[in-house]
Structure formats: structure tokens, C-alpha cells
Write a protein that binds this ligand. Structure first.
Ligand code: CIR
Length: 258
């Protein structure tokens, strides 16, 4: 069984963190409707959706990806790069306790956002930038290397998180915006690059062999389909105004205690 853990949108999202874009009004009912459709689609893709309530005091709590990494062997609770988001992790840690016996934590002075990490097989890719520092990378490496994982440090530019620019599509394929992340950093993988004018098209959610992808990027979607990828589509542009993307809104992991 595969779990997709999500978290509802706080009314406070209107005061969310913003780094690369200007603040504009967020239509909350529309954002919630799109988020509900996203949860529904994850269910149709085979996930059991576990939806946590919002924390009214945490503006960015819907972006649950940033709070934890869930591997088959353990869950790791993040220490977000911005102070305003550090309180988000406690409820997520509690919820993950049901699914993983071993739970570790990133400790100060390390900081690491889950959105700067993706993994496939035994490869873990980490974008070290302003939300994730070297200590965060080193702490993650110290947890994962003894379990046989290989750590890859990925440099990227122009995007909030590594996953804003690039995502895992399946065991052998990575999607990336080549303006923000150099595709040469993924030797041995097939790299699909985003099409011009579709800058935010480097983000999608892998669920097994299926890929959840925004309707907003039809040219890149066509390229993915031509590469044999089965796409499921959603709209998530309202949360894009909070600098969110598709991966940000879920933690997808195996329910290995089955
Ligand atoms: C933030 O700046 O932290 C939120 N407003 C957006 C977080 C999006 N998360 C992600 O890309 N993984």
C-alpha cells in the first residue's frame, strides 16, 4: 500500500513566505478546491490519502513536503530553513509515528527543507541552497550512507527548492528545467527537460510508474508522454501564488508496516 500524506490549507496562507515572486491575493476557496482535486487524484493513482488538519498558526503548513523525508527504513524530520516554518514539523512527526518505527531529526545548526531532496532507488539528490545548508546535507548523509544510499549534491539556481526545478519521474528518468539545474548532474538517468515558456514545469509527483503533472505545461507534458510516462493531470496554480508546486503538497511513501 502507498500513502500520500497531505495537509489542509491554513487561512494564514495569505501571509506565507515568499522568495522569488511578488505577493498577490490568494483565492482561498479556489486554492482549497484545487487542493481537494489533488488529493482525489492521488487517490485515483492508487494512494491512500491521509489528510492532516491545517494548523491555523502555520501559514505554509499545506506544504508538507518540506517537513519530512520518508524512506522505507526511517522517517527524518526536517529543520526548515526559515524560522517561521519550524513549528510545522511536530504534527507531521506525530502522524508519521504510525508508519515508521525509526524517526530521526535534523538538528541545529543544520537546516534542510524536504523540498530540496528527492530520491529514487538508493540515490538521494539534495539541492544545497538558501533553505538547506551544508550541515543539513552532512546530517542526512550520516543517516543514509550507512543504509547503502549514495548522496548526490545538486546545484541549482533561480528556484526556491530543488523540486521546484527538477523531479524524479521514475527509477530511470528525471525531469528538469535546464535553466535552473544543469542536467549533467544526473549521469546514468534519462533527463527530460522542460519546454521554453514552461519554467515551472520541472515539478511533478511520482506515484509508482505514474506521474501527477500540472495541466499548465502542455508542451512538456507531451514530451513526457512521448517518453512513455503515464500522466495524471491537476491544476494547482492558486497555491503557485504561495510559491507552492505539486510535490510540496504531499509526502508519498510505502506503508511498509502492512
Ligand atoms: C515557502 O516559501 O516556504 C512556501 N511559501 C512555499 C513552499 C513550497 N515548497 C516546496 O517547494 N517544496
Amino acid at each position: 500500500m502507498r500513502i500520500a500524506m497531505t495537509r489542509k490549507i491554513s487561512d494564514e496562507i495569505v501571509n506565507c513566505e515568499l522568495t522569488h515572486i511578488e505577493r498577490e491575493p490568494i483565492d482561498l476557496p479556489r486554492a482549497r478546491w484545487q487542493h481537494a482535486s489533488y488529493e482525489e487524484e492521488l487517490g485515483l493513482m492508487g494512494c491512500t490519502v491521509v489528510s492532516l488538519p491545517a494548523d491555523p498558526n502555520q501559514a505554509d503548513c499545506v506544504f508538507i513536503e518540506d517537513t519530512a523525508l520518508v524512506f522505507d527504513e526511517l522517517a527524518i524530520i526536517m529543520r526548515p530553513g526559515v524560522k517561521s516554518r519550524r513549528g510545522e514539523v511536530h504534527d507531521v512527526q506525530r502522524a508519521l509515528g504510525k508508519y515508521r518505527k525509526r524517526i530521526e531529526q535534523i538538528e541545529p545548526p543544520g537546516h534542510l527543507d524536504g523540498g530540496d531532496v528527492y530520491f529514487t532507488g538508493k540515490n538521494v539528490f539534495v539541492g544545497v541552497g538558501h533553505r538547506t545548508n551544508d550541515e543539513g546535507f552532512d546530517q542526512l548523509a550520516a543517516l543514509m550512507e550507512p543504509l547503502g544510499y549514495t548522496m548526490h549534491r545538486v546545484s541549482f539556481d533561480g528556484a526556491l527548492h530543488l523540486t521546484t526545478a527538477s523531479s524524479v519521474v521514475n527509477d530511470s528518468t528525471i525531469l528538469c528545467n535546464a535553466q535552473w539545474v544543469n542536467p549533467d548532474q544526473f549521469p546514468g538517468f534519462t533527463v527530460v527537460t522542460t519546454e521554453p515558456g514552461e519554467d515551472f514545469g520541472g515539478n511533478g509527483v511520482r506515484v509508482g510508474d505514474k506521474f501527477l503533472y500540472p495541466r499548465a505545461f502542455p508542451k512538456t507534458a507531451k514530451k513526457l508522454e512521448q517518453a512513455g510516462i503515464e500522466l495524471h493531470r491537476v491544476d494547482m496554480d492558486e497555491l503557485g501564488k504561495a510559491e507552492g508546486s505539486l510535490t510540496c503538497c504531499s509526502l508519498v511513501f510505502n506503508d511498509i508496516e502492512d
